[in-house]
Design a protein around this ligand. Sequence first.
Ligand code: XMP
Length: 524
Amino acid sequence: MTEQTHDRLLIIDFGSQVTQLIARRLRELNVYCEIHPYQNVTEAFLREMAPRAVILSGGPDSVTREGSPRAPDALFTMGVPVLGICYGQQVMMQQLGGAVTGGKISGGGGTAEFGRAFVTPASPLDLVEGWFADGREQVWMSHGDHVSQLAPGFEVYGTSPNAPYAITADTSRHFYAVQFHPEVHHTPKGAKLYENFVKLAGFTGDWTMGAYREQAIQAIRDQVGDKQVICGLSGGVDSSVAAVLIHEAIGDQLTCVFVDHGLLRKNEADEVVAMFRDNYNIPLIHADEADLFLGELEGQSDPETKRKIIGRLFIDVFQKYADQVEGAEFLAQGTLYPDVIESVSFSGGPSVTIKSHHNVGGLPEKMGLKLVEPLRELFKDEVRALGRELGLPASFIGRHPFPGPGLAIRCPGEITRPKLDILREADAVYIDQIRKHGLYDEIWQAFVAILPVRTVGVMGDGRTYDYACALRAVTSVDGMTADYYPFTHDFLGETATRIINEVPGINRVTYDITSKPPGTIEWE
Ligand code: XMP
């Protein structure tokens, strides 16, 4: 637990995929919070942390199963407000003397509910002040089990057609328990519920990005001590913010390694190196390893194989340069929360791997370097806010995200140098178009993918047989969901013409209109 002076809120994590979103909603309210897995939250822990309020997250288990996760009983006699969400609601009811009935997952049949639902109020409640202006409120349900009997002292304050106990509370003890997930976007006014909760718990909202910076710096100092750290700079916002933050924490104990894997965009290497040399006094190794990466990727076309190769080589390369930095014991990375949630379950349990992100997966245990990941809890827009706080140039902070595996995952099929060269040129034209039309800042991420297919065209009087490419542009809040950007046909037509005229090797341009989900932002 980090030493700090702010009022704290404890989130007890029962393994929900969206627990981190609760923390995000609270940070938006300038409330300091910590997430701890339920296994670690003992009575002694509670007394030491002394939270001003506690939130119990959702989770995949069933409270009807023997041995399923619980909160320490002491929590309910500490006199602090408690908010239980979904599984957290069921934990509260079970522990406080109510009852929960198993749904389909736990063999009880029948009452599972997944997706949008509408809650109507039963009687007024401080927790949902500001809700129900239109008589009902949209919420997101995702539960198998349901509460079948309220614990003594609790009353119903809101119901939905399938959830008679959608909103419940024991107002005398400030215990609140809801069946739905207020933290997700599909509960549009969910943020208001958190705002009400922290207000009634007495938080003053004094936790800012400046405070986060101070805390993160202290945490880095505590973790690293007097040891040396190397930081992989990718040229993206994340690793740059991580590097500047760590530099501020430990000064010249940090050495940055910029790996040019031959999969960067046009002029990117020069720009990044210049940016760091001009603006910061951070020791920087420029590692040109294009031959190594492109050599090992030769002939590979499976997306996961490519990602794994790149991930492994990154680590090898870092290790090589780390060996040159005397006393290097730590490897810093700009891993963000979306990288974590889609690669492994945050609580350490089993979850589906969608993509192996190079900066999370494949780190061999015997690597001999420990990880420093100061942005691991943050979403992209929060990293940008931290970057501004640290004084990084605005032009740099505003850059679109660029993935660690670089152009490799924008080149489905085999990766060859000629294809990469074509891709770089097409991407540069596309981005130039977007900037010229003043659209860059409206778009979360835009890039070209070169397709593993050649098509026939006609230019002048001649036949062409060149690559097709796809333009991608999406809007997003955090990279976890995304919509394709609605360019005008004029823009698309002009851009296609420019790419075909200016980039030898491409004779067909398509626009990708897939949202996420069901697509992902990158092509691989
Ligand atoms: P997807 O394609 O998973 O991408 O929808 C979501 C966001 O993550 C970026 N991305 C990565 N970033 N290492 C990274 O640092 C990776 O391996 C990686 N794969 C995807 C992607 O560019 C988008 O912003």
